[in-house]
Design a protein around this ligand. Structure first.
Ligand code: XMP
Length: 319
């Protein structure tokens, strides 16, 4: 597509002009946006770029390995892999308020980037895969007074002390355009087609306190749900699908015994930009088989519900 090729070339020129001979550090989240931003910036400035993958322990099943493999092996882009699970989980301990959780995670990311930047002798720029809808949603809610719906950790001012400027080459783009750009840059289709995944990861899919045990339970349920979606050939028809772990226990029966375990909610929406969304209309057989598998295979969950809320009034993520 010639328009995307032109956009790519123009952005490469912009990045070169903005960065000069400075050093750029780029945070990879595992999602499409930060990956596309990183590959684009790498095309522009090569080894002036250092990519940092902060593994906060809030990733989905096997996701961390996939990211590391893609960048190191497929692209040969140098990647620093920071294992920060303990730091994130200990900081999240006791936090239940959604905004406090988001703010802690955003702040911890900044601290880690700062530490990594120091290790490479200082970086002049921080690159992020911020998209246009992130910018709008973090700024205000259309038609009303200025209200922050959710503080996206990848948008907004950096602490003064950081002394780094932002490089955000995707700031004007919507998700479908980022995917086109990713294909233009040669990213594999399976990667480009991945559903969006939020920076704060599973932390915002576990209402209430985030613990390692809850993350492990959620990872298993989510992997089963996504496997069912792929097997049914539905993955590409859905904008985003995921499991949510509710910290609510209900009574059930398995074999001859009573169970008293958590509830898992399944979410799936269609959308073009994430700003509005409709519920994906599964047939009930599909949902029943997901529920059966999750309850049978995941210890800690004994009930599964489906979220039928569109956006608005719901948001896509639960926090
Ligand atoms: P909501 O839940 O606000 O989400 O309807 C809209 C889209 O944005 C994603 N999302 C985030 N992405 N950092 C991100 O990179 C964040 O903090 C964040 N919060 C939500 C969400 O997954 C959906 O695709």
């Amino acid at each position: 597509d010639w328009t995307m090729a032109q956009f790519r070339d123009a952005k490469i020129a912009d990045i070169r002009e903005q960065v000069g001979d400075g050093k750029v550090i780029c945070g990879l989240s595992g999602g499409v946006d930060s990956a596309v931003a990183a590959v684009l910036i790498h095309e522009a400035i090569g080894d002036q770029l250092t990519c940092v993958f902060v593994d906060h322990g809030l990733m989905r099943m096997n996701e961390a390995e996939q990211v590391v493999t893609l960048f190191r092996d497929h692209y040969n882009i140098p990647l620093v892999h920071v294992d920060a699970e303990d730091m994130f989980l200990s900081g999240l301990a006791g936090l239940t308020d959604p905004e406090k959780k988001r703010k802690f995670i955003g702040g911890a990311f900044i601290d880690l980037f700062e530490a990594e930047a120091k290790k490479i002798g200082g970086a002049d720029f921080l690159a992020q895969g911020t998209l246009y809808p992130d910018v709008i949603e973090s700024v205000s809610f259309t038609g009303g007074p200025s209200v922050t719906i959710k503080s996206h950790h990848n948008v907004g001012g950096l602490p003064e002390r950081m002394n780094m400027k932002l490089v955000e080459p995707l700031r004007e783009l919507f998700k479908d355009e980022v995917r086109d750009l990713g294909r233009e840059l040669g990213l594999p289709d399976v990667f480009v087609g991945r559903h969006p995944f939020p920076g704060p990861g599973l932390a915002i899919r576990i209402p209430g306190e985030v613990t390692k045990e809850r993350c492990d339970i959620l990872r298993k349920a989510d992997a089963i749900y996504l496997e069912e979606i792929r097997n049914a050939g539905l993955y590409d028809a859905i904008w985003q699908a995921f499991a949510v772990l509710l910290p609510v226990r209900t009574v059930g029966v398995m074999g001859d015994s009573r169970t008293y375990d958590n509830v898992c909610a399944l979410r799936a929406v269609t959308s073009t930009d994430g700003m509005t969304a409709d519920v994906y209309p599964y047939d009930s057989h599909f949902l029943s088989s997901c529920a059966t598998r999750i309850v049978n295979e995941v210890k800690g969950i004994n009930r599964v519900v489906y979220d039928y809320t569109s956006k608005p009034p719901g948001t896509i993520e639960w926090e």
